[in-house]
Design a protein around this ligand. Structure first.
Ligand SMILES: [Fe+2]
Length: 451
């Protein structure tokens, strides 16, 4: 029901009751109901963008009616409307609102309407993705490993938006609090994006209102240090995640949050390296898996392999919350799963899958790169966003085993930042830049397309 119809119905109902119980009672009731109108508490955050659709996360203060108005016009003339949704207590009054009918590559402005009232003082916006079959030039950004506090901001967030990325990947450890309960998980998702934390306000003010977000956890935002499928809070972690993030369709949402999406000639495969992982302490043999330790049907390894083999994208980018390079962090990275790591590398080689890149987190580095000599495929370690690392390891990253990287690694404590990936054409290549919070370029790598 649209807003006009809703108002008309309410009015008609009011008149109906007024004739029976008297105008005074009705006017009082209407005043009361107006006083209890709900408000937007969190969001919006946009994700799951395609060339014709998107999803928007919102959270409101209580049971109310919410919808979006959206248009290519910055004044919302000729606006389209989403369906009305009614956020529920059991979902923490969150909602993921789908919108469709978009035109490719166009900027869309949108307003959130809560109980009939515009909730945003200024409109949010995003750019619809291009069709899958085009070859185009664009950039996107990647973040990993955040230290959230009431006082420490996240200037990486502010700086990266100056590069106008078409989307942002957050590839894990968006927080390090290891939430144990559903309520703790929900609070974490709110704080890292706005409420109560200085870094969250950076996200809200610089990223959320312009840039589509794609996020998959690592251990500390999943809820268990060095976590795996045995985490008792796994079902709650998945529930809270699904409440709070607008994601592409999840291949197996009861089991985990791995997902993929496409932007023009690039396909991104975001691994969930926790919820289906065997415990690190198990023997590293063909039975040990980071991707499908429980051997479930429709599992993550099957999804990854068929996705890579069948992808028509020129570039296949895999994100991993932990380092893929098995020479580093062997207690919790892919170095603890070398049999499966070899299986993945062999699958890529045997099926002649070219132009694969891994973006990984977890090192709290200032950036690192391997051309595939040690990692099996080219891999860039995404620097931490803003961690306070003064008391950390003497190696300058969060491991005594930094491993071997063909371009070396940059210490973390003085070097927070982000990765900017620029996709070029004619000739096709990826420019990978590790950038600091002032936009300084600390590392540049180029991957030429292998036809
Ligand atoms: Fe971390």
């Amino acid at each position: 029901m649209d807003r006009i119809l809703l108002c008309r119905s309410l009015f008609n109902a009011s008149v109906f009751f007024a004739r029976r119980v008297g105008w005074t009672v009705v006017i009082g009731t209407l005043l009361l109901s107006n006083a209890s109108a709900e408000s937007l508490t969190d969001g919006p955050v946009v994700g799951a963008v395609t060339d014709s659709s998107a999803k928007v996360f919102v959270r409101v203060s209580g049971p109310g009616a919410v919808y979006l108005e959206y248009s290519t016009d910055p004044n919302l003339r000729f606006a389209m409307q989403s369906d009305v949704v009614y956020p529920r207590y059991r979902d923490d009054f969150t909602a993921i609102i789908p919108i469709d009918g978009l035109l490719p590559n166009r900027t869309y402005y949108y307003q959130v309407i809560v109980d009939g009232q515009p909730a945003l003082s200024s409109l949010s916006s995003f750019i619809a993705f291009p069709p899958d079959d085009v070859n185009t030039e664009f950039s996107f950004a990647a973040l990993a490993d955040v230290g959230n506090s009431k006082s420490r901001g996240a200037p990486s967030y502010a700086r990266l938006t100056m590069d106008e990325p078409r989307f942002l990947l957050q590839i894990g450890d968006w927080d390090h609090r290891d939430p144990q309960t559903l309520d703790e998980m929900r609070l974490m998702h709110r704080e890292v994006r706005g409420q109560g934390m200085s870094s969250g306000r950076y996200f809200r003010d610089f990223i959320a209102n312009t840039t589509p977000l794609y996020y998959v956890w690592d251990d500390h935002d999943y809820g268990m240090n060095d976590g795996d499928y045995t985490f008792p809070g796994k079902a709650d972690a998945i529930k809270a995640y699904r409440e709070y993030f607008p994601t592409p369709e999840l291949p197996n949402p009861k089991a985990g949050i791995w997902q993929s999406f496409r932007y023009a000639q690039v396909e991104i495969f975001m691994l969930d390296v926790r919820s289906n992982r065997d415990p690190n302490t198990e023997i590293d043999d063909e039975n040990k898996s980071m991707l499908n330790g429980e051997n479930i049907d429709n599992g993550q390894k099957e999804w990854l392999f068929s996705g890579l083999a069948n992808s028509t994208a020129k570039w296949k980018i895999i994100t991993s919350g932990v380092t893929f390079n098995p020479t580093t962090k062997p207690a919790d990275g892919w170095g603890a799963f070398t049999t499966e790591w070899q299986e993945v590398v062999d699958f890529i080689t045997a099926n002649n899958i070219k132009n694969v890149l891994v973006l990984s987190g977890d090192l709290h580095s200032g950036g690192a790169f391997d051309d595939g000599t040690n990692a099996g495929v080219p891999e860039m370690s995404v620097p931490h966003s803003n961690m306070n690392m003064n008391d950390d390891h003497p190696t300058g990253i969060t491991t005594h085993t930094p491993g071997t990287w063909t371009s070396g690694y940059i210490r973390g404590p003085e070097n927070p930042g982000y990765v900017l990936v620029t996709v070029e054409t004619n000739p096709d290549k990826l420019i990978l830049e590790v950038k600091g919070v002032s936009g300084d370029i600390r590392m540049t790598e180029t991957l030429e397309l292998d036809d």
